[in-house]
Design a protein around this ligand. Structure first.
Ligand code: CTP
Length: 460
């Protein structure tokens, strides 16, 4: 009955639809909504949801989807507000809501001509001189970051930082001055510092990308100087050191974050929250693997003096879903390693919890299937290799009709997500990131320590 009444009201009405992010709602948005409304009798506004924005590469949206919906509602111009979740939704919406006119700003001219098949497409004049991007840039405090250690990962970090607003890599330090000079030139970094103290004087935050064993000292000194720290994973290989550093960060009221790129990527995050909300029931088993075969044995990764080997090098990726889903309080962990030239070229670990069991396989010079399988009492999640760069996963059930596939985008090297979270924590005075909690990072350091101490360890 209600539906019939509704459709009667709509007879003869011209229905208009428009879409946008509407971040930091500004006069340009209000003008376009007014113009769109004037085209017809009933205006539907599609507001993009947060994950859809991230997928489209919009990483810096300030207001979350609820705030943006509220802002559009407050203009009083929208008769109805909907959320835009996926590519192709516009066609579905036009048909579903029986739309006559699709309206959008003139910055999109030509882009939506394909919708002419379904309704009239109108490009409306855009308001000059204002945009959300401009407002974000104007109000953004810029975090000045210094890089310590100019190796392979730092080479990926600097270009990735360009995709994040509010960050400027302005200085660097490397123990080898020639490496530092070449890096600064290649990535146009203004200051090359003679020592770490000089670097600290130049910046608000440091990115530690040096070999594992030097992390602790750099982090401690940076925190003592009240600088925020993003440190490559594994942050430290010792539980006490991890506890001490997080306590120091808390005391100094600065952010300390372990740069585990998987922890920050949108698809992995979504998978974690879905599983925590019970989509596969209770987690009973996690199997995660990661392996690399590198020809060049002179790399740091193979050097026992620099904490080389598969556990230290790769362990923090498989340990991540384990500690995130089952927590830091495991009962027991057993490790089995094949050692060659004093490093573990292959390690298999078994981690027991009161109601769950997990295993992981790590190879550095051994190749194995690198997928992630999380089994639960109702179903399981399957993430194919390379799951640590998650862009796709499936939820599978006894009844195959319930199976679901999830697709995402993994942009560039994927470091932009952790950089964005680091900057967001700093700007919003959020000392702790839920994507990789302190207790989870500490648990991983404890697991590394167990390997160092060869506890519950069998050498093959
Ligand atoms: N719009 C406009 N005039 C402006 C800014 C935006 O008419 N000065 C229009 C866009 O063309 C679009 C709608 O407002 O139809 C929503 O755009 P949105 O992308 O949310 O706003 P922008 O300010 O362009 O955002 P960004 O800078 O993040 O791209």
């Amino acid at each position: 009955m209600e539906n019939r009444q509704e459709s009667l009201i709509f007879v003869g009405m011209k229905r208009v639809i428009t879409y946008g992010t509407y971040d930091l709602l500004h006069q340009g948005h209000i003008n376009i909504l007014r113009r769109a409304k004037a085209l017809g009798d009933y205006l539907i506004v599609g507001v993009t949801n947060d994950s859809f924005d991230r997928e489209r590469g919009k990483l810096n949206v300030r207001n979350n989807v609820m705030e943006r919906v509220e802002a559009v509602k407050a203009t009083g111009l929208a008769d109805q507000i909907i959320i835009e979740d996926y590519v192709g939704q516009k066609i579905d919406d036009i048909q579903k809501y029986d739309i006559d006119i699709f309206a959008i700003g003139s910055d999109w001219v030509g882009k939506f001509d394909y919708l002419n098949e379904y309704c009239e497409v109108v490009y409306l004049p855009r308001t000059e001189g204002i945009s959300s991007t401009q407002l974000r840039n104007e109000s953004q405090e810029v975090v000045r970051v210094g890089v310590v250690g100019c190796g392979r990962i730092a080479k990926r970090f600097v270009p990735e930082s360009c995709f994040v607003n509010g960050v400027e890599v302005c200085a660097l330090y490397d123990s080898d001055p020639q490496v530092a000079a070449a890096f600064a030139e290649r990535y146009a970094i203004p200051a090359v510092c003679a020592d770490f103290e000089a670097l600290l004087a130049e910046v608000d935050a440091v990115y530690v990308a040096t070999p594992h064993l030097s992390h602790y000292d750099y982090i401690r000194r940076a925190l003592q100087a009240r600088k925020h720290v993003l440190c490559e994973t594994p942050m430290v290989l010792d539980e006490e050191q991890a506890r001490e550093l997080y306590a120091l960060a808390e005391e100094q009221a600065v952010v300390l974050m372990e740069a585990n790129k998987t922890a920050h990527c949108p698809a992995f995050n979504h998978l974690m929250v879905m599983i925590k909300s019970g989509v596969i029931g209770q987690v009973v088993d996690i199997e995660a693997s990661l392996s690399k075969v590198w020809g060049d044995k002179s790399l740091r990764e193979f050097d026992p003096e620099q904490a080389g080997g598969s556990m230290y090098e790769l362990g923090s990726y498989p340990l991540l879903p384990i500690v995130k889903l089952l927590g830091p309080d495991y009962c027991d962990m057993r490790l089995y390693s094949r050692m060659e030239d004093r490093i573990d070229v292959y390690t298999k670990g078994v981690v027991c919890y009161p109601n769950a069991i997990c295993s992981f396989k790590l190879g550095l010079g051994v190749k194995t299937e690198g997928n992630l399988v999380i089994s639960g009492t109702r179903g399981y999640a399957y993430v194919p290799a390379p799951w640590w760069k998650t862009d796709y996963f499936e939820l599978r059930y006894e009844n195959q009709n319930e199976n679901k596939k999830f697709f995402y985008k993994w942009d560039g090297e994927g470091l932009r997500y952790e950089i964005q979270e680091f900057i967001s924590c700093i700007v919003n005075h959020r000392l702790n990131s839920t994507r990789l909690r302190r207790r989870e990072s500490i648990a991983m350091a404890k697991m590394m320590q167990q390997f160092t101490e060869r506890k519950n360890f069998i050498q093959l």
